[in-house]
Structure formats: C-alpha cells, structure tokens
Design a binder for this molecule. Structure first.
Ligand code: C2O
Ligand code: CU
Ligand code: CU
Length: 523
C-alpha cells in the first residue's frame, strides 16, 4: 500500500482543509425523512438479472508491471446474452446493454476495502435504485437494485457515488458503459456490431511502479485532477482498425475533471447524431466538440472515401477560458496540457468498401419542452455556482442531508425551469475575492430525467468564448451541461414518476466530493 498513500487524500485534504470537515451530517437511512413509501418499480420477475462485483484487481496498462486497480466484474444471471460484454484488456466494467421496457435487477457486491454504492448515470430510476450516497454498503455487503428501463435509446454509464469518495473510486477504475436500445432507434438501422465503436476517454497518472497516482498538490484539488496520460477504454495509445464504411462512434468522457475539445487531425468536420439523452432530431455538424466530464456524444463517421492504410487521429485541441489561467502554469509539467493539443485515439482504414450511405436526415422526433408549459416561468429554480469560505458551493451551500432549500422542493409530475449561473457575489462575500475571479467551468449534472437547454447567455470576453463555444450541442436531451465562466444557462426539466431525493452536482468529481452537490426533493 506504499504508493496507495499517494492515493490517499492527504494532499487533497491539505488543499481543501475544512472542506471535508465532519460538519457534513451523513449516514441516516435514506427513507427516514421522506414521508413516502416507494411503490415497487416493477411487478413480477425481472427480465434481466446481473451480479456486479466491485473488487480489487491487477490490469496490464503499461508494458511491464501490472497496475493495481479497482473494477467492476459482472455475471449475467438472466437475460439476453448480449446484456453483458466485458471490455478486453481493460479495467472498465462490462458494458451493459438494456432494452427500453426491460425489468432489471442488479446485485452489487462490495468486495472493496471501503464503502461503495453504484449510480446508473443517465437512467431514470427510483431513488432506491439511484445510488444515493446514504445507501452505500460496507465491504462484504450486497445492494440489490430493481428498476425498469424508461429511457429512450442512449449511451449512459455506471460509476460509484460514494460520499466524498466518488472521485477516488472512479479514478481507481470503477466505471462502465450502459447502452439502452429502443424500437425508434432500431428502425433507423444505424451502424451496429463492429460498426458501432464505443470509446471511454479518461486521464490518469502513473508512478514508476505503474501504480496510479492521484493528486499532488493543492491546485489540483481546487481545479480537479488532471492526469498526464490519456486512456481510451482503459488503454494507452488507443487504436482502432476500420473498414471503408460508415461507423457510429459513441464517446463518453469519464475523466474526473478534464474537458476535451474533440477534433479530427485533418480538420474533417464532425457529424453529431446524438448526445447524453439519445439521438438528436437531425444530424448537426461541428468543426470540433466540447466534451466535459460525464457528457456523451454520438458521431456518424464515414470512412468510405479514405484510402486503404490511411490514418486519422482524434485530437483534443487547446482552448482557453474554462480553467483559470493560473492553473495552466501549474499543470505545465504534465505530459498532457490544457492549452495545447494532444492525441486521443487513432483510426486506421484496413479493410475494403462495404457501406457509404449518408446519415438519415431525420433521426428522432423529440418535441421540445416549452417555456409555456413550465410550472415556474417567472421564478426559475436557481443553481448558483459559487464559493464561500474556501468551499465550492451550489446555492451557497455544500452537500448535507436534510438541508433542503425551499427552491429544492419540487412537485412530482411538474416541468421546471432551472437557471444555472455563476454567483460571483457569494465568492466575494465569502472573502474569496481572488478565488472568485478565478471562476472556472463546471459540468453540472442532474439526476432523474434528462433536460433540454432553453438558452445560454454569455457575458465576458468574446474572443475567449470563441475558443470553445462552437463545440456545444444544445439541441438534444442532456443530463450534464458545461457551464463556462460568464455563462448563464436555462434548462427545462421534467420531474416525473418517482418521489424522493435526487442529486444535482458538479461532475468534476473533485468538486462533487468537496460538497458541490445538492438534492431536489421530489414530493
Ligand atoms: Cu455521474 Cu451523480 O453522477
Ligand atoms: Cu447521474
Ligand atoms: Cu465544478
């Protein structure tokens, strides 16, 4: 456990000081104060039953000595055989493939040396199945999740949501993909099988013994963790061989804090067919795409005009304005910087022609959520991103159970207007003038049903904004939205089907663990 000491949150704690102090009340049973009893999520037997084990393992990531990781392993107890697909040579958990309408039962077994609980990011499930931190289980225990798949076809993922340990547990390797399929998507006959490429992008740092190193100084704590190695599907220098054909590339950013600006190295535009909550109504083209932690992007890529043997590399381009300028210098010693470009993965065309059709011009028919239909058109519910007393806050508070603001109580079955903005005043009042000026981007995630982005306003330096704003795709259903410094974003979100406490938080996992998390109580 020697290097594990580096992993311990000593440095992190040094930075955030009182942030992780014990005034955060926690650990009371989830249902105690709810005043409701949750109806069973489905009747009868499940269609799919899975055992998911969170355990320690060794995986060969770098040449030579293997790397100790924490990971999910799965066993399919019941259901279609393609429900569970392990990812070869990776610490990532098996990819779970569900169909809309399926009744799912998952038994999570904790074989880790500390508490954990798993969240199905993007899935609309009851509170009892949402991976609430109060439901964390100890080593040796099992938590059983029952839920029905209500989502439309989409790419989602699962990861721990353990109180103040989400960042470290994800960092050690605990994460996996969830694909939801439905009839609407199947009717489009999008590229599938070998023509559907799933890509999970993460950054990590290793020491000479190939052990994962987490955090090294106060600034990484405040800005989040930045690793100097890029891993795709758990591997370094990721390569994929393709045919001269059309492909579907589905990408998740499962990094703790790093934001990517995706672009092909030859400048080819990107054709987006979907985001977090599934397919867009129509394909959209971008010169580059911003992908913040927890965001997903679905691309239609046509390799049919490319020469045999040709190569194309997906890069992350440099950008400014999302992370405080002073942080750039601090991270300069990293192999992978922020302000310059670096490769993510490389594709090589190795097989002959099979398919060169165009993307369908109509993909879906989501009717927009309308401002006319929200319950609170003149009183948007605030999500104020701020800082006070050295703590990153939402609505001037850090996470605590039973600490609901009036604006956090939401009637079941309502459509709500939510206003996400930077609250610089709070930073100033907290005596953190300088920190306030170092405002940074926060990927804000809301549990439950996906939302729509109504509008984005920007007040700041237009030339800085121009280094990333063409890379946002705001037209589809989202569950995570990057809020850049100077931005105010209004979203419309339904709160249907399930009562209970559903979290909203920054998906910069270091920020989340510092307490940049709150709950909506749906009642
Ligand atoms: Cu992916 Cu509450 O998180
Ligand atoms: Cu989530
Ligand atoms: Cu944040």
């Amino acid at each position: 456990m020697s290097t594990q000491a580096q992993f311990a949150r000593r440095d992190f704690l040094a930075c955030v000081g009182s942030l992780l102090a014990t005034d955060v009340a926690f650990g009371q049973g989830a249902a105690k104060s709810e005043g409701f009893s949750e109806p069973p999520p489905f009747r009868g037997e499940p269609d799919v039953e899975i055992e998911l084990i969170a355990q320690r393992d060794l995986v060969r990531i770098l040449d030579g000595a293997p790397t100790p990781v924490w990971r999910y392993l799965g066993n399919l107890l019941k259901g279609p055989p393609d429900t569970l697909t392990p990812i070869r040579d990776s610490y990532l958990g098996p990819t779970l493939r569900f169909r809309k309408g399926q009744k799912v039962r998952i038994h999570l077994r904790n074989d880790l040396p500390e508490k954990t609980i798993t969240h199905w990011h993007g899935l609309h499930v009851p509170m009892s199945a949402d991976g609430h931190p109060s439901q964390a289980i100890s080593s040796g225990q099992i938590y059983t999740y029952d839920f029905a798949i209500r989502n439309r076809a989409s790419l989602n993922f699962y990861h721990p949501h353990t109180h103040e340990a989400t960042a470290t547990q994800v960092y050690r390797g605990l994460a996996g993909l969830i694909i939801v399929e439905d009839d609407e998507e199947r009717a489009l006959a999008l590229p599938t099988g070998a023509f559907e490429i799933l890509l999970v992008i993460q950054d990590r740092a290793f020491n000479r013994d190939h052990q994962l190193v987490y955090g090294a100084g106060m600034h990484r704590g405040m800005f989040g963790f930045y690793g100097d190695q890029i891993l795709v599907n758990g591997q370094i220098n990721y390569r994929v061989d393709v045919a001269r054909s059309v492909y579907r590339l589905r990408i998740l950013n499962a990094s703790n804090a790093r934001i990517y600006k995706l672009a092909w190295d030859d400048g080819a535009p990107l054709t987006v067919i979907g985001v977090d909550g599934g397919l867009l109504n129509k394909p959209e083209t971008r010169p580059y795409l911003m992908l913040a932690p927890a965001e997903r992007i679905d691309l239609w890529v046509d390799f049919s005009a490319r020469a045999m043997g040709s190569r194309i590399t997906m890069h992350s381009l440099g950008f400014s304005g999302l992370v405080p300028e002073m942080a750039y210098g601090m991270m300069q010693d990293d192999g992978v910087g922020i302000s310059e470009s670096f490769p993510l993965f490389t594709i090589t065309v190795t097989q002959g022609v099979s398919d060169h059709r165009q993307a369908p011009t109509t993909l879906a028919s989501i009717s927009p959520l309308r401002l006319e239909d929200v319950a609170n058109p003149t009183q948007p519910r605030p999500i104020a991103l701020g800082m006070s007393h050295m703590r990153l806050t939402l609505n001037e508070r850090v996470y605590a159970s039973d600490d609901l603001l009036p604006s956090e109580r939401v009637p079941l079955g309502s459509l709500q207007l939510i206003d996400i903005y930077h609250d610089h005043g709070a930073a100033m009042r907290g005596g953190m003038g300088m920190m306030g000026m170092m405002s940074m981007a926060h990927p804000i995630h809301l549990h439950g049903q996906p939302f729509q982005i109504l509008e984005r306003e920007f007040d700041g330096d237009a030339s800085v904004y121009a280094s990333f704003n063409e890379g946002f795709v705001d037209s589809g259903l989202k569950d995570t939205v990057l809020v850049a410094p100077g931005e105010r974003i209004r979203i419309i979100k339904p709160f249907e089907d399930y009562k209970g406490r559903f979290m909203y938080h920054c998906h910069n996992l270091e920020h989340e663990d510092m307490g940049m998390m709150r709950e909506f109580f749906v009642e």
